[in-house]
Write a protein that binds this ligand. Structure first.
Ligand SMILES: Nc1ncnc2c1ncn2[C@@H]1O[C@H](COP(=O)(O)OP(=O)(O)OP(=O)(O)O)[C@@H](O)[C@H]1O
Ligand SMILES: [Mg+2]
Length: 334
């Protein structure tokens, strides 16, 4: 049995020192990740492909690759999911934490009606009656902008955007404390993306659900979330309120990410790609993971991993960089 920690139980999700090592690699794929989501808070996790965003979010369900060695703690409502038994894990995955996937069509059986999918997501465990579940499905279909008539439709009869709304309704069926949305809109066109994101924000407020939103897009992350975590090569390199990260990034990787993010007001064709590649998992790493690509890097960056450092003016804004003082216009050793 895992015990409840009174200090962290007010946090819907509390990941501390999460270190995951996969077979055949020289160093951990997640290396000391600290991340939390308070009740009702929207938190975005941003980073390049392969940085570890999906592994981090799936850790909240204890869904990790086979053979993974895991250290640290992942608490949901104060309970460590890494030490849960099979019954606790089932309850966690069917009611406490829900996940919205990138491709709704891949997650739905094309031969089952949408209504059956929604209802069975909560009745199979036996805790909810079919009539209660149907009433909840109708309420949620309305909340996501679809009528009760959607109950009788098959997935093939509705658009991708509508189907993602169905997935959001499905995720809310069990009244979860935490919603994980891993690039929920990348398969959709831009207009539908905006609608789905607005909907998530509205539902989060209405149902008081914590939301962890995974995206490549720092602009989107800053716009929709209370706080943003920037991940690079399995580590959190910067975190803080989205607007603070946008206005004054304190890690050179965040600066590079911002320069490579398309903005509506910027002329097309000005996007800067970040040169180089993230470090290979087959290689040991002693220093800062971004050193090889970083314009500010000095010798210390190759040999010593930087610890997260609070911004003098805003303690909730942290960056793990030896040279963050230079980005803030302060002397390096101030
Ligand atoms: N099941 C697995 N087996 C082996 N390696 C894995 C597995 N899942 C993830 N990895 C490795 O872990 C690293 C992080 O993967 P993860 O899927 O978390 O990245 P991500 O940030 O979500 O990337 P993307 O933006 O492409 O979705 C990658 O190097 C990936 O190759
Ligand atoms: Mg991913």
């Amino acid at each position: 049995m895992s015990s409840v920690d009174p200090i962290t139980s007010t946090r819907t999700l509390d990941i501390q020192g999460l270190r995951i090592t996969l077979p055949g690699t020289a160093r951990p794929v997640l290396d000391g990740v600290d991340l939390h989501v308070a009740a009702g808070e929207t938190v975005a996790l941003v980073g390049e492909s392969g940085s570890g965003k999906t592994l981090t979010s799936r850790s909240a369900l204890n869904l990790l690759p086979p053979g993974a060695t895991v250290e640290g703690a992942v608490r949901v409502g104060g309970q460590d999911v890494l030490t849960m038994d099979a019954d606790q894990l089932r309850a966690l995955r069917t009611s406490t934490v829900a996940m919205i996937f990138q491709d709704p069509r891949a997650a739905l059986n094309p031969l089952r009606r949408i209504g059956d999918f929604l209802v069975e997501s909560v009745t199979l465990s036996g805790s909810t009656s079919r009539s209660d579940a149907t009433a909840r499905a109708v309420e949620l279909l309305k909340a996501v902008g679809l009528g009760a008539s959607a109950l009788h439709k098959y997935p093939g009869q509705v658009s991708g955007g509508m189907l993602q709304r169905v997935m959001i309704a499905a995720a809310l069926m069990g009244d979860p404390a935490l919603l994980l949305a891993d690039e929920p809109t990348t398969a959709l066109d831009v207009t539908t993306q905006a609608e789905v994101i607005a909907l998530l924000a509205e539902l989060r407020e209405r149902f008081g659900t914590g939301l962890l939103f995974v995206t490549h897009d720092l602009g989107l992350a800053a716009a929709i979330s209370d706080r943003v975590y920037v991940m690079y090569a399995g580590r959190i390199v910067e975190s803080g309120p989205g607007q603070a990260l946008f206005a004054q990034p304190r890690h050179p990787y965040t600066t590079a990410l911002l320069a490579s993010t398309p903005r509506l007001e910027a002329p097309v064709g000005r996007l800067a790609a970040i040169e180089g590649q993230p470090p290979d998992l087959r290689q040991e790493l002693n220093g800062c993971p971004f050193a090889a690509r970083c314009p500010l890097a000095t010798e210390v960056c190759d040999v010593q991993a930087p610890e997260p450092l609070q911004a003098p003016a805003l303690p909730s804004h942290q960056a793990a960089c030896h040279h963050t003082g230079r980005l803030e216009g302060r002397p390096v050793d101030a």
